[in-house]
Design a binder for this molecule. Structure first.
Ligand code: ZN
Ligand code: ZN
Length: 263
């Protein structure tokens, strides 16, 4: 028995040593690179210290509903000017970082280049601003791309983030729950917030075969960038119409424009 165990232990030791040696040899040949600027770093799926310091991570004080960052200390229930004027269709939104010069390159790399290594890093970091949302959600649903754009890009980055968040947290993910019922022009081409809203209004619907999955459920909607919130708003409306109990939103980044404060 001892001899068998001994052999087994030796076997494990040899295997783990080989694995460690193999990994070290691989790291020497292909060192892990910073997810943003591609300089060599110690640990894979991470940022180098320079890139880490340039990124503006969003944290309190934030609007209690949409997550707009305040420059001044605010209580836990304080709303931004835009939410005071009109409450959004979603219940709460949070983002990992500000969309700016520092975060734009890694986000574009995820969207347009085949940089799928970024998915693991981003999803891991998104758990922090999303901790309460993830705890409250029953189901994770990504904002979908229309078939034509999916064909051009071959993958939907929001669906990949949703799947990775599901894997990390054990929450179920339903990538096909929400559909684009028509192709919309890119939101980036729209000249104003009103045009963005009209461009996506009614563009989303819940897939009929999956509607029962959403009824009375807390849905966590995942998208890459919260710009004016039009896409998120149109998606949240479709989910609420299908009977979702609440719609929580977690995005990788958020465009922060100055708001007019209602008097
Ligand atoms: Zn870097
Ligand atoms: Zn707000």
């Amino acid at each position: 028995m001892t001899a068998i165990l001994g052999t087994e232990k030796r076997g494990n030791f040899v295997r783990s040593t080989l694995r460690k040696f193999g990994r070290r040899a691989l790291d020497m040949a292909f060192p892990p690179l910073c997810s943003a600027c591609r300089t060599p770093i110690a640990e894979a799926h991470n940022l180098c210290a320079t890139c880490w310091n340039r990124i503006s991570f969003l944290s309190d004080p934030l609007c209690a509903v949409c997550g707009f960052p305040f420059d001044f200390p605010a209580g836990p229930e304080v709303l931004c000017g835009s939410c005071q004027q009109r409450m959004p269709a979603f219940d709460k939104a949070r983002s990992l970082m500000r969309y700016d010069e520092a975060s734009r390159d890694p986000i574009l790399a995820l969207k347009c280049a085949d940089r799928l290594d970024l998915v693991a890093a981003f999803a891991r970091w998104m758990q922090r601003p999303g901790v309460e949302l993830l705890a409250e959600a029953d189901l994770i649903v990504p904002v979908p791309l229309h078939r034509s754009r999916l064909w051009q890009r071959r993958f939907n980055q929001s669906a990949l983030l949703a799947q990775e968040l599901g894997r990390l947290t054990g929450k179920p993910v339903e990538c096909l729950a929400l559909r684009r019922s028509r192709a919309t022009r890119s939101q980036g081409e729209m000249p104003s917030a009103g045009a963005r809203r009209r461009n996506v209004e009614g563009a989303f619907r819940v897939d009929g075969t999956r509607a029962a999955l959403l009824r009375n459920k807390g849905i966590l909607l995942i998208d890459d960038v919260f710009t004016t919130g039009s896409t998120i708003e149109a998606s949240a409306k479709a989910l609420k119409r299908a009977g979702a109990r609440c719609v929580l939103v977690l995005t990788l980044a958020r465009v922060v424009r100055p708001q007019r404060i209602p008097i």
